[in-house]
Design a protein around this ligand. Structure first.
Ligand code: SAM
Length: 283
């Protein structure tokens, strides 16, 4: 039986043994709270039938929880110092495979070939959004993503139209998934402590996107334009996206949306209506 890594004394011992200093640049904050590890494992429903992509295993804290739950874990870690450490801290588990590399660059579909898998991660906060967007946009066969993120980011992911948290990230995450905040995690659950509160968010990938969109590139272009200058009316935001006034009027008319509204008040269905009206106009 391996000692639990998710403890302050064990984590400090591992860091000291390997002469490791947490890299701020790589967003390294190691979990030291076994309750949080178990909460993440439970939120993912990780069990023996599952394959899990873990991003950033660090010294193996969460990896250990997933491996103990019986899942097959494929863990991608950027820090070149860590594979040797993980070989020791996870020596007892034959259901873990470590890949040294950048999750934003590796070809995930080549590394994991099972028909369905889950993503579980205590994410490096400096690249939370690019990682989540990559996983969603590549349409990988992911059932659910359970990730630890900065609390504010979790709130943006679940935000509804009109509020200050609602933005392009909210639309993208809700388009592809059903996001739910599972629980909050204080800085004291990590070494070193991050400056911010954290949250574990579960995003269950939808079989079909939430709304019918004819051209996704255009849908996201509209969304981006609407949030680029939040104080602008939708009419002006669409002009800034390269349309002339008559075109904008035509699109908004077809979509049945008042161009004086601010883009940030539009629901996903309304963004889809605008994008689809634009697509129709081009045809
Ligand atoms: N999972 C560990 C835990 O919970 O204690 C460590 C989490 S730490 C917040 C984030 C981890 O992601 C670090 O180990 C860091 O080196 C790794 N990381 C940072 N950028 C990465 C990238 N682009 N690809 C893969 N891993 C990365």
């Amino acid at each position: 039986i391996q000692p639990k890594i998710a403890r302050k004394d064990v984590t400090l011992h591992i860091l000291k043994t390997f002469n490791l200093h947490a890299s701020k640049k790589l967003g390294q904050n190691f979990l030291i709270d076994e309750h949080v590890v178990q909460g993440i494992v439970a939120a993912a429903g990780a069990g023996s039938g599952d394959t899990i992509l873990e991003i950033g295993p660090g010294i193996g804290t969460l990896t250990q929880g997933l491996a103990e739950a019986g899942s097959q874990v494929v863990a991608v870690e950027l820090d070149k110092r860590l594979p040797d450490v993980l070989a020791k801290t996870l020596a007892g588990y034959d259901n873990v495979r470590i890949i040294q590399g950048d999750v934003l660059r590796i070809d995930i579909s080549r590394e994991i070939t099972v028909p369905k898998y889950k993503v579980v991660a205590n994410l490096p906060y400096y690249i939370t959004t690019p990682i989540i967007m990559k996983l969603l946009e590549e349409r990988l066969p992911i059932e659910v993503l359970v990730t630890m993120v900065q609390k504010e980011v979790a709130e943006r992911m679940i935000a509804s139209p009109g509020g200050k948290d609602y933005g392009a990230l909210s639309v993208a995450v809700q388009y592809y998934t059903l996001p739910e905040i599972m629980f909050f995690v204080p800085p004291s659950s990590f070494i070193p402590q991050p400056a911010v509160e954290s949250a574990v968010i579960r995003c269950t990938v939808r079989q079909q996107p939430l709304v019918d969109v004819q051209d996704e590139t255009r849908f996201f272009r509209v969304v981006k334009a609407a949030f680029a200058q939040r104080r602008k009316t939708l009419h002006n935001a669409l002009k800034a996206a390269g349309l002339d006034a008559p075109q904008v009027n035509g699109i908004l008319n077809t979509a049945g949306i008042d161009g004086m509204r601010r883009g940030e008040t539009l629901s996903l269905a309304e963004f889809a209506a605008v994008a689809n009206a634009w697509t129709e106009q081009e045809q």
